[in-house]
Design a protein around this ligand. Structure first.
Ligand SMILES: Nc1ncnc2c1ncn2[C@@H]1O[C@H](COP(=O)(O)OP(=O)(O)OP(=O)(O)O)[C@@H](O)[C@H]1O
Ligand SMILES: [Mg+2]
Length: 218
């Protein structure tokens, strides 16, 4: 399903964070978003994902307009259709890696046996199976981030949003996370929108979009 933002604007007090931004993410496409600090990259992700409601413009997922949905409908859309990987451990600290990865499927009321099998397969694929019963605070940053990738992908979302997913990792750990995220997303047909300030990271994408002052540069 294509995710499309047209003429999207949002302001925080006196700050115009997005000023008529346009972006289109094709089905299964991997798009990198680059731009200076404060140019609106994180805000664009939050608006695309329905976490923030834009002041103007529109957002569509497939043929459905999603920016003007009521809060409850936007939350359930996030749960069914989107996944998230943030820069720092956004896993639930009290849960094991396995429980974190199972969480989206449990919330979606997927059968217990299928939930267990899908989470286990991803944990294995991402080579964190042996740490699966530890909590995020008991593994390395790279291992936790690979579990975060598994959690973002486990429900086969239409789009995964990643905001500096390797920003806190060294280059070796970062590469493992990127290989996993991009490889598995492609395998299952999830699109990825990834904010990064590193050209090396953007090289994983099909296409790079540059933001400047809240607009997508031509
Ligand atoms: N909740 C908020 N309240 C007020 N201003 C905000 C808020 N969120 C973002 N902004 C402002 O909106 C602009 C865009 O912020 P955003 O976080 O999208 O930038 P960014 O491109 O992600 O930057 P960075 O590379 O530093 O993460 C900035 O000027 C920021 O200060
Ligand atoms: Mg940001």
């Amino acid at each position: 399903m294509t995710l499309l933002a047209r003429e999207v604007g949002i302001r925080f007090g006196a700050t115009d964070a997005l000023r008529g931004a346009d972006i289109e993410i094709g089905e299964g496409e991997l798009v990198a978003v680059m731009g200076p600090s404060g140019s609106g990259k994180s805000t664009l992700l939050h608006v695309l994902a329905g976490i923030l409601r834009p002041d103007r413009g529109e957002i569509r997922l497939g043929d459905r307009r999603i920016d003007n949905l009521a809060d409850g409908a936007r939350s359930s859309l996030r749960l069914t259709s989107f996944g998230f990987v943030l820069q720092f451990g956004d896993l639930v600290p009290e849960l094991s890696l396995r429980e974190n990865v199972e969480l989206p499927l449990r919330l979606l009321k997927v059968r217990r046996s299928e939930t267990r099998a899908r989470a286990a397969a991803l944990l294995r694929e991402l080579e964190v199976e042996e740490f699966a019963d530890r909590r995020p605070g008991e593994v390395s940053g790279g291992q936790a981030q690979r579990a975060a990738v598994a959690r973002a992908l486990v429900h086969r979302p239409a789009v995964v949003f990643a905001d500096e997913p390797t920003g806190a990792l060294d280059s070796v750990a970062g590469e493992l996370v990127l290989d996993a995220l991009t490889g598995l997303a492609r395998q299952q047909g999830s699109a990825v929108v990834m904010v990064t300030h590193e050209a090396r990271v953007a090289a994983y994408a099909d296409r790079t979009v540059f933001l400047r002052d809240g607009q997508v540069a031509a």
